[in-house]
Design a protein around this ligand. Structure first.
Ligand code: AMP
Length: 305
């Protein structure tokens, strides 16, 4: 089954203590769509300006990402720039220019409205709801968000949550939304706000998954060299949603979700090995399976007979 991905498509300028790259492909939907495409066909919804490279459309098509929901309009593509501190964990947003995003209020093409799995990647919650309004009974809806929306459009976010099956957010956002320092209590409170499942990302410390009766915790892949953490969360969400859509039988249960969290973590770990989407462009399914196997071995703590 396919997954519809809506979110930002950006040209990012990213600076780390050792490197800087300008105007490279970024945006929550770009990372999420490519992450998901390793497991399922993707339908991408977003907006770009007339400065957006045509070669990216060819790249999407080569990865089984249908860009018919991407509008190209006159004006400049959304631009974001950020700078990382020496630990590559703390990031400061240097500038944001919404550009063509400012007036983006998509009408989905008919053929996209039947898509069974939906990933609402990070964008304004009102836009996420607007896309969801146009879908016909999707089987499973995943939503990501960020601190900006929790601080500025909390009502819109609260209205979206009961319509979401899985909410993904990072640990500081989970604490911010619930006012609770305990991530375990925060995960449970977030579920009471509407989503059936909640995934809390803890960066280099892994992820937590909360369900109605179950709890799952996993570590992150131990990487020595991180070049650019941008988009790790979006790639995690994309890999996870793609796995649910492409590898299950359409029904989502906790066992499938546990594996999806690991595949999401595997994809995110590859993404941070290079700037922009460079590592995802060359990534193979064999490399993904190899790292998944490493996760399996690393999380075993009893010696098997
Ligand atoms: P992450 O590292 O997972 O937080 O995602 C970084 C990506 O989010 C970058 O590629 C940005 O282009 C994109 N981004 C940054 N700010 C926003 C925003 N306000 N809305 C949507 N996407 C954004």
């Amino acid at each position: 089954m396919s997954v519809l991905v809506v979110g930002s498509i950006a040209l990012d300028t990213v600076k780390t203590p050792v490197e800087e790259h300008a105007d490279q492909l970024g945006g929550s939907a770009s990372y999420a769509a490519v992450g998901a495409s390793f497991f399922a066909p993707v339908k991408l919804v977003g907006v770009v300006g007339d400065d957006f490279p045509k070669s990216e459309f060819d790249f999407w098509k080569s990865r089984n990402i249908d860009p018919s929901g991407v509008q190209q309009v006159a004006g400049k593509t959304f631009r974001w720039s950020g700078e990382y501190a020496w630990d590559l964990n703390t990031r400061e947003t240097k500038s944001v220019a919404l550009n063509v995003f400012e007036n983006f209020w998509p009408e989905l093409p008919e053929n996209l409205r039947e898509t069974q799995f939906v990933l609402l990647a990070n964008i304004a919650p009102s836009l996420q709801s607007h896309v969801l309004d146009q879908m016909r009974r999707p089987r499973f809806v995943v939503a990501d968000t960020m601190d900006l929306w929790i601080e500025t459009t909390r009502k819109d976010l609260d209205a979206l949550l009961p319509r979401v099956d899985l909410l993904i957010l990072n640990e500081s956002e989970a604490r911010m939304m619930t006012g609770d320092t305990s991530l375990i209590r925060a995960g449970r409170s977030l579920r009471r706000m509407g989503p059936k499942y909640v995934a809390v990302k803890k960066g280099e410390h892994g992820a937590l998954l909360f369900g109605p009766d179950d709890f799952f915790s996993c570590g992150a892949y131990p990487l020595e060299d991180i070049h650019d953490p941008t988009g790790a969360g979006d790639t995690f969400a994309g890999g996870l949603a793609g796995y649910l859509a492409g590898k299950g039988d359409g029904e989502v249960d906790f066992a499938l979700l546990r594996r999806a969290v690991i595949f999401g973590s595997v994809l995110a770990s590859f993404n941070v090995e290079a700037f922009s989407l460079e590592r995802l462009r060359s990534l193979t399914s064999e490399e993904i399976d190899e790292r998944y196997e490493m996760f399996r071995l690393m999380s075993q703590f009893e010696v098997l007979p």
